[in-house]
Design a protein around this ligand. Structure first.
Ligand code: H2U
Ligand code: ZN
Length: 352
């Protein structure tokens, strides 16, 4: 039996776990989920969307907020965000006055439509459709990476995570500054590489494979509830061979990624029997032309829900001291694994 499951502290006592990737600690308070809840409840997302919505600004042929008309696309579709947070032409400037500092930032923001079908979330796609999304992430990363150092691919799914529209879509923001998460992960991975000569996440994947938090890995990918998960059903997706950036994934790794993602996302939807909200995104090495053998590509999934209608709030202690979670990562993994196994593939592929 795994050491993790025979260590009483990890199972049932308040303790702190170390996040080897962010370099931070978090508090785990198992057995706290039974407390009564009289606070805010989430409304489940509707599960009966039309295949086309005339009022959706992402559906093919429809007009967007800026008056432009989307093409009648039949696979994926990418456009520059009409309300971009970063612009390629911002004038270079800086400001400094004692402790007050600011710098201009250039970049570009894309909106990425995953499917022409308004109702076809990734959890309902077949392998070829999900593979098209993987290729889209990779192609757009490569092209933005020629102009910007940091390329952040992400998706907000569900209104609980701030998505503005149920049409399956994500975003990519690219800029030249190295944001907080990039700096942290670069430092922890570099330290591990310098100390051991190994890639941190490949070592981690080796340690987790077939363990109590593994959600079903294959030769190419590990899908895991990380030991240090902060969000209740947080997951991490890691290639098992060295890969620093999305465009470096080969054909086989892309196909198996498409299948792993479909499996995970169907499991998420199965867990509370509703479209499961999350923020997900890829962390890839900065596109600065430098070989970074310490940097391993990976995706984070951060879903907010603790129960079907109750979300985990990262508030008081979490905001002011450090993240805290109520159910252990091992319990979350057990429940997610059952949901993944129970998800019925026949139901999950309507029409294709
Ligand atoms: P989110 O659902 O993750 O917010 O992504 C949708 C993005 O689409 C959002 O950033 C953009 C918003 O700025 N958008 C357009 O670019 N054009 C539109 O017509 C509406 C929304
Ligand atoms: Zn739509």
């Amino acid at each position: 039996m795994s050491k993790d499951l025979t260590t009483p502290m990890l199972l049932s006592q308040p303790h702190r776990r170390y996040n080897a990737l962010s370099g931070e600690w978090l508090l785990v308070s198992a057995e706290r989920t039974n407390r009564p809840w009289l606070g805010h409840e989430e409304f489940p997302q509707p599960d009966d969307l039309p295949t086309y919505d005339p009022s959706c600004y992402l559906c093919p042929g429809n007009v967007r907020a800026n008056g432009e008309r989307n093409p009648r696309y039949d696979s994926t579709f990418v456009f520059t965000n009409d309300f971009s947070a970063l612009r390629p032409d911002s004038p270079a400037a800086s400001f400094s006055d004692g402790l007050l500092r600011a710098e201009s930032e250039r970049g570009e923001c894309l909106v990425t439509c995953f499917s022409p079908r308004h109702d076809l979330s990734m959890s309902r796609m077949n392998a070829a459709q999900a593979r098209a999304v993987v290729d889209l992430w990779s192609t757009e990363s490569e092209s933005l990476g020629r102009r910007f150092e940091w390329v952040q691919v992400f998706e907000n799914r569900g209104s609980a995570m701030g998505a503005s529209n149920p049409h399956p879509h994500g975003q990519i923001w690219a800029g030249n500054a190295r944001p907080r998460e990039a700096e942290r992960e670069d430092a922890t991975q570099r330290r591990h590489f310098e100390a051991t000569g190994h890639n941190l996440l490949i070592d981690y994947a080796q340690q987790e494979a077939d363990g109590p938090r593994d959600l079903g890995s294959d030769d190419d990918w590990l899908v895991v509830v990380p030991f240090w998960a902060a969000w209740p059903f947080e997951t991490l997706v890691i290639p098992r061979r060295p890969v620093s950036r999305l465009p470096d994934l080969d054909d086989r790794a892309r196909n198996s990624l498409a299948n792993r993602l479909i499996g995970l996302l169907r499991g998420y939807d199965e867990l509370f029997d509703e479209p499961f909200p999350y923020s997900m995104g890829w962390h890839q090495a900065p596109f600065d032309g430098i070989q970074r053998p310490h940097w391993q590509l990976h995706a984070h999934f951060y879903p907010p829900l603790l129960r079907a209608t109750v979300r985990k709030f990262m508030v008081g202690y979490e905001l002011l001291s450090e993240p805290q979670r109520d159910i252990t990562a091992e319990e979350a993994a057990e429940r997610l694994r059952s949901a993944i196994n129970a998800a019925d593939p026949a139901v999950a592929q309507p029409g294709g």
